[in-house]
Write a protein that binds this ligand. Structure first.
Ligand SMILES: Nc1ncnc2c1ncn2[C@@H]1O[C@H](COP(=O)(O)OP(=O)(O)O)[C@@H](O)[C@H]1O
Ligand SMILES: [Mg+2]
Length: 326
């Protein structure tokens, strides 16, 4: 799978809030770096969650920080990106300061719809295309974008086209066209979807998939089905234990059995829900899918992300086929 994904240059990781986007983006970044790709993991919501999941301190906004061999982390903020961009096109410091401190500018940034989203995507594009002056070669092999929650990430992905169409010609149209060229090129870009196999996230994922194929016309990559529960026992097994519980007198034994029965029922329940929604995903979304198991941990952190990353390399899926990580 993943090695195929790593042949592209821009991987967007999108999905509903809380399903595991940052986790998957981090796992992909670890694997890409390990595979020798010079990788940048870009986080846009400024929460510092990606850095935290990699066991790092938060990265200052705008800075591309090396964190381990081949891996860099970057925090992107629309307003900071706009200022950086303006500094490139207005090289006179005094003039630039005047612009930034003007009330009109502050008002413009706050009020212009989609401007921050546009600048964020522009900054991602800039890093993806960035060339090292000394060697004249691309600085990064791969940029992985940990996108914000679904609705918002659609706004980000839609902005370059919207801005391009709004400005008939000139600078904005030219610049946004370059961003559109990268985003829409399936050889270079993949928009990956992350979901859990539950009703609400699945509905949102199907909706986003349709938008990718329809209005947005962007190249979809993989579907990551996260936090999947699978049990190799059934309701009948659990109910047999429940029967055994009924005839157990010893208090300690009862406590243990009770807990096992409770957890067993819960796992059976999740497993059934996940199975149902995995089917729905397979029926509605024609993308190669990778399942990531639910990883039990007292505190979810870098160890769990490493485990998930290691599972990702073990699978190789053809479009339409589904495999489990691990
Ligand atoms: N495979 C998994 N197994 C168990 N828990 C997970 C798994 N993936 C993610 N989580 C949990 O879900 C939480 C949210 O994940 P995160 O990647 O931050 O979601 P998002 O970026 O989509 O909001 C994580 O902090 C972690 O506790
Ligand atoms: Mg996140």
């Amino acid at each position: 799978v993943i090695s195929k994904l790593f042949q592209r240059r821009l991987l967007v990781v999108a999905g509903k809030g809380g399903v595991g986007k940052t986790t998957v983006a981090c796992a992909l970044a670890l694997e890409a770096a390990r595979a020798g790709k010079r990788t940048v993991l870009a986080e846009v919501d400024g929460s510092g969650r990606a850095a935290a999941l990699l066991g790092l301190d938060p990265v200052p906004i705008g800075e591309v920080r090396p964190v381990r061999p081949n891996l860099h982390v970057m925090a992107v903020d629309g307003k900071a990106a706009l200022e950086e961009y303006l500094a490139i096109i207005i090289p006179i410091r005094r003039l630039l300061d005047a612009v930034f401190s003007s009330r009109i500018y502050q008002y413009f940034v706050a009020a212009a719809p989609g401007l921050k989203e546009l600048m964020t995507i522009g900054k991602i594009w800039y890093e993806a295309e960035r060339v090292d002056e000394a060697t004249d070669a691309r600085r990064w092999d791969l940029v992985i974008l940990d996108a914000p929650a679904t609705g918002h990430s659609v706004q980000y992905l839609r902005m370059p086209r919207a801005a391009h169409d709004a400005f008939g010609g000139g600078l904005v149209a030219r610049e946004t066209q370059r961003v559109i060229d990268l985003l829409t090129d399936h050889k270079q870009t993949a928009i990956n979807l992350v979901t859990t196999a539950e009703e609400m996230p699945v509905n949102e994922t199907i909706e986003m998939y349709r938008q990718l194929c329809g209005e947005l016309r962007l190249p979809a990559g993989y579907l990551f089905v996260n936090r999947v529960h699978r049990v190799d026992f059934g309701d009948a097994d659990v109910e047999r234990l429940a029967l055994a519980l009924a005839t157990t007198r010893e208090a300690d034994d009862r406590n243990v059995l009770e807990e096992i029965v409770r957890r067993g029922r819960e796992e059976c329940g999740w497993s059934a829900i996940n199975a149902r929604y995995r089917q729905r995903l397979a029926a509605e979304i024609d993308l190669p899918a990778v399942e990531i198991p639910y990883v039990f941990a007292e505190e979810f952190g870098v160890e769990q992300v490493r485990e998930i990353a290691a599972g990702l390399v073990a699978v190789d899926v053809a479009p339409g086929a589904q495999r489990r990580a691990r």
